[in-house]
Ligand binder design. Structure first.
Ligand code: LFR
Length: 482
């Protein structure tokens, strides 16, 4: 016997609906619908096209229903962004994209009123300019809103009519008290957000409700199909699917538009050192802590491809593999790489300002991005281990970036430990695993879920090569001795 479950997994550059089959020895996914996603600029503001995302979700669920009856469905997406609803439950405008410039300078203003130490002591969150707390300070429609729903919660609300806030994603808002696992009334009050705006919290595994009759009619789903809260933050779902064995000393890199680099811990680390290093303590499934940092990720490369008008990554990677190592390097987390735009030009600019010859060929630019990412991974992992007092023997690279062989090899070389790459669709796997448990599949804990991922997915291993001293030299070249 196995369960048939739909995972709706929305990333910043693409979304997909997958049908998963989960049983005692079975964990299979098949993609039934894939669609593009990205910012839409309207009169100077970057939005998400949320109604199209909903429509694509319905289309995907319709495809899924055509493959046979479903036992449940769950939604995960990127974090921090939200829709505001009025008293009748209607959406007040298109959600704003976290890369929009409305938050420029907002963080500094808030930190003058709320000391960074106080924020960290309560939320344990890394400072990113687009955290929900800063978006809300910049929000214009706040006085008309009665409820705030994070993106996956908004879509679940449209599917079921039931509002709520799933905890792993709520933990990314910087309004969530990581110690007591509740909304922070104090922080909300201090930025002028009424607590009533924030809906009741729910845990991954909770059944949200059956799909509405109109949804059943449009998709062909059975009207009793439950929508289940999963780790609705995509990174929380992908960490569920890290194929580590019990007792392994592992780190992970959830590699997509962002690279989320860190450790899984039983408790948050709220020390001054953790704050200083700007590590986040995001909530994981089963109460785990995702102790990690955002590294800019494949975003820079995606934007290069967009500007070059090509999607032939394979050819570009071939070229980059032949470029000599340790040429041009950048700090991928430099704020100039955050907003959409001409990344090749911004890389050239970074090089000019740091006394390097700006790269002209595409191959050199791609090599530069990948080596710079590997360097940032190395630096982040070292800090994570120091600050959390843990050692790591292996790095699991999961998500789309696990298919990038050059990046995986560079990551192993830079970090000086083996990389295990895969699974690619980690978020969707974590999504269906949590649903399966909610519906009674005997997957008592994360170890059991991960054992099933290991037993059913082939991983690729990369051994570290090259000289560690070269990476030391590269690191001090880019970051100084900091
Ligand atoms: C990855 C991710 C990151 C989050 C960023 C913005 O898709 O969810 O975890 O920091 O997107 O929401």
């Amino acid at each position: 016997m196995s369960l048939r479950l739909a995972a709706v997994d929305l990333g910043a550059s693409s979304g997909r609906v997958m049908v998963g089959r989960v049983g005692p020895d079975t964990l299979e996914l098949s993609e039934v619908h894939r669609f593009s996603n990205g910012p839409v600029r309207v009169q100077g503001t970057l939005h998400w096209d949320i109604l199209r995302l909903y429509q694509e979700t319905l289309a995907g669920l319709g495809e899924a229903a055509r493959t046979g009856p479903l036992d449940g469905l769950g939604i995960d997406s990127w974090a921090v962004d939200y829709g505001l609803l009025d008293a009748e439950g209607r959406l007040l405008g298109n959600p704003v994209h976290y890369r929009d410039s409305r938050t420029d300078g907002v963080m500094d203003g808030v930190l003058r009123k709320i000391p960074a130490e106080d924020l960290y002591a309560v939320t344990g969150l890394q400072q990113l300019p687009f955290n929900t707390i800063y978006q809300l300070v910049a929000e214009r429609a706040l006085d008309r809103a009665t409820s705030l729903l994070l993106i996956p919660d908004l879509l679940s609300y449209w599917l079921t009519g039931v509002a709520g806030a799933e905890a792993t994603n709520a933990s990314t808002t910087q309004l969530y008290d990581v110690r007591f696992r509740t909304w922070s009334a104090d922080l909300a009050g201090r930025i002028g957000v009424p607590l009533e705006l924030l809906p009741p919290l729910r845990e991954p595994g909770q059944v949200i409700g059956p799909v509405l009759p109109e949804v059943a009619e449009e998709t062909g789903l059975d009207a009793t199909t439950p929508v289940i809260a999963v780790g609705s933050h995509d990174t929380a779902s992908s960490v569920v699917a890290v194929p580590a064995a019990a007792g392994d000393r592992f780190a992970y890199i959830s590699s997509g538009t962002w690279s989320l680099v860190g450790l899984e811990l039983p408790e948050p680390v709220l020390t001054p050192a953790a704050q200083e290093a700007n590590f986040t303590n995001e909530g994981g499934v089963d109460g785990r802590t995702r102790f990690l940092k955002n590294v800019m990720g494949l975003w820079i490369l995606q934007e290069c491809l967009r500007v070059w008008g090509t999607d032939d990554l394979v050819q570009l990677l071939k070229g980059a593999a032949d470029v000599p190592a340790f040429g041009v390097l950048v700090d991928p987390d430099h704020p100039s790489f955050l907003a959409p735009g001409n990344m090749p030009a911004r890389i050239a600019e970074f090089c000019a300002q740091s006394g390097q010859e700006p790269p002209t060929s595409r191959a050199v630019i791609v090599r530069c991005v990948l080596e710079s990412l590997a360097l940032a991974y190395r630096r982040t992992l070292r800090r994570a281990q120091q600050v959390a007092g843990r050692e790591v023997d292996v790095v699991h690279v999961i998500g789309g970036g696990s298919q990038n062989e050059l990046l995986c090899q560079l990551t192993a070389d830079a970090c000086g430990v083996p990389v295990l790459a895969g699974p690619v669709e980690a978020s969707a796997l974590g999504n269906v695993l949590v649903q399966a448990r909610a519906l009674g599949e005997p997957l008592p804990d994360l170890d059991a879920m991960r054992a099933l991922v290991r037993a059913t997915h082939r991983l690729r291993r990369y051994e570290p090569q090259g000289r560690p001293a070269d990476w030391d030299a590269a690191e001090s070249r880019v970051f100084g001795t900091r």
